[in-house]
Design a protein around this ligand. Structure first.
Ligand code: ATR
Length: 298
């Protein structure tokens, strides 16, 4: 029996007999573009499936996920604030989900719940699709929370020359350097504080600057104007993981002449990976994330 608090009518798999049902779970969830994105992938690859959205109450993710899969749900995307709960919920984790410390994609196979994290791969694919060279690049990653940790592994796999993690508080950035120290692929991985970026003697400009902090949600930039002057040059590329608005971070980069992107492409690319996990990698060439992205931008 599905409880009404955790199951949205339009995501109850029992209402869609003969059709595989997927959802995105988050709180809040109304703003999510995932249903639109997956509907486009399903259309492109001719898949009969339903993808809805679910808003478990805070603290009620596990019950909602249990109910969804027990009712026949096939897969779930997970967004803020439930990615850690999703990791705990999955019985089997991929290596990259373990490393990311969070799960954004769940599915059921042989009655077991599997968890993966496609965020980092999504970011890397969006950067590459925008023509950004990562091999040998100097990359600055702002933030050391879940969003930063989720993308570190895939970024290092691209063999940058230098990857600097900058955070307000040093301890979290140091912790990430420790976790990823064995996986640097030859990159020079180090941590600094956001204040350090203001010191022109210590900071030189970066090729790629990725904002993985939550600062944009509060309409502030994680970096000061002084730091922006040190890290951005016109050849820099600034990537904001948020989407849907031009953040102060994006404006700072733009004012220094840098190229700027929001995180909508990352959202579409991480969704593509989830879609292929669920529906089969055989569909890789049947879907076109860049076409879906272009549609979302119109
Ligand atoms: P998420 O899963 O979105 O990464 P999180 O784990 O709470 O969320 O981490 C939020 C990140 O944004 C942290 O790196 C945080 O810095 P602290 O570790 O110092 O708290 C960073 N952050 C949030 N608001 C910020 C702000 N106004 N300026 C700079 N950094 C900020």
């Amino acid at each position: 029996m599905i409880s009404s608090e955790s199951m949205d009518l339009y995501t109850d798999p029992k209402l869609f007999s003969g059709m595989d049902v997927y959802v995105v779970a988050g709180n809040p969830i109304a703003h999510s573009k995932s249903p639109q994105i997956h509907a486009q992938f399903a259309l492109q690859s001719n898949q009969a499936m339903h993808y809805g959205s679910l808003q478990p109450a805070l603290g009620a993710f596990t019950k909602a996920a249990q109910d969804f899969f027990a009712a026949g749900g096939k897969g779930m995307n997970v967004t803020v604030p439930f990615k850690l709960d999703a990791q705990a919920f999955a019985k089997v984790l991929t290596a990259r989900a373990q490393l990311a410390g969070a799960v954004n994609t769940l599915w059921i196979q042989d009655e077991q719940i599997y968890g993966d994290n496609t965020d980092g791969a999504g970011l890397v694919r969006d950067l590459l699709a925008q023509g950004i060279a990562l091999k040998g690049a100097r990359i600055l990653l702002l933030g050391a929370g879940g969003a930063a940790r989720g993308v570190l592994g895939p970024l290092l796999e691209q063999s940058p020359k230098h990857l600097v993690i900058a955070n307000r508080s040093n301890a979290k950035a140091n912790e990430l350097v420790k976790i990823f120290s064995e996986l640097t692929q030859g990159a020079n991985l180090e941590s600094v504080t956001l204040d350090d970026l203001e010191d022109a003697g210590k900071t030189t400009p970066f090729d790629v600057v990725i904002n993985a902090t939550a600062a944009g949600l509060n309409n502030v930039s994680p970096i000061s104007a002084k730091a922006a002057a040190n890290i951005f040059v016109p050849s820099s590329f600034a990537y904001e993981m948020l989407y849907g608005k031009t953040t102060s971070f994006m404006q700072q980069a733009f004012q220094r002449g840098a190229r700027v992107s929001d995180g909508l492409g990352m959202l579409v690319e991480q969704a593509a990976d989830a879609f292929l996990i669920w529906r089969g990698v055989g569909l890789t060439s049947a879907i076109d994330p860049r076409v879906v992205l272009a549609k979302l931008r119109t």
